[in-house]
Design a protein around this ligand. Structure first.
Ligand SMILES: [Zn+2]
Length: 133
């Protein structure tokens, strides 16, 4: 991650923490390429997913901490936004090797670790997987 990317990441994190202060989080686990049409946070989640995919080469998988590459592409994204003021969402990618939608136990552990960076000691509901079928 370049110095400018690192500054942008820290700025985004501060902005996100300011927005969610005192409000519950809405989270979603979305497979890359899934349509968000009809989702209540479609716009902010689509923006965050697009940002995550465009900057994937500078990001690491939230489960295995390996850098995304063409051989280790991003397969899903954990999204979180304020349930009250959802104008911005955070995103964390999950690589294809770690993505197991039929068994989310490892992803749940990684998601709790990621979300506790913004809500220390937070307890989180099981991740809702966005399904358009
Ligand atoms: Zn991974």
């Amino acid at each position: 991650m370049s110095r400018a990317d690192n500054r942008a990441f820290k700025s985004d994190k501060r902005r996100f923490i300011r927005q969610i202060a005192g409000h519950p989080l809405d989270t979603a686990l979305i497979e890359v390429g899934t349509s968000l049409v009809g989702h209540r946070h479609a716009r902010v989640f689509a923006d965050a997913t697009g940002d995550a995919c465009r900057s994937a080469s500078g990001m690491k998988c939230m489960a295995c901490a390996q850098t995304f590459t063409n051989m280790r592409p991003m397969a899903a994204v954990l999204l979180a936004c304020s349930s009250v003021r959802p104008s911005f969402a955070s995103s964390s990618g999950i690589c294809l090797a770690c993505w197991r939608p039929d068994d989310l136990s490892e992803i749940e552990i990684a998601a709790t670790r990621v979300l506790r960076k913004v809500i220390p000691n937070g307890e989180f509901e099981p991740l809702p997987v966005h399904d358009t079928s």
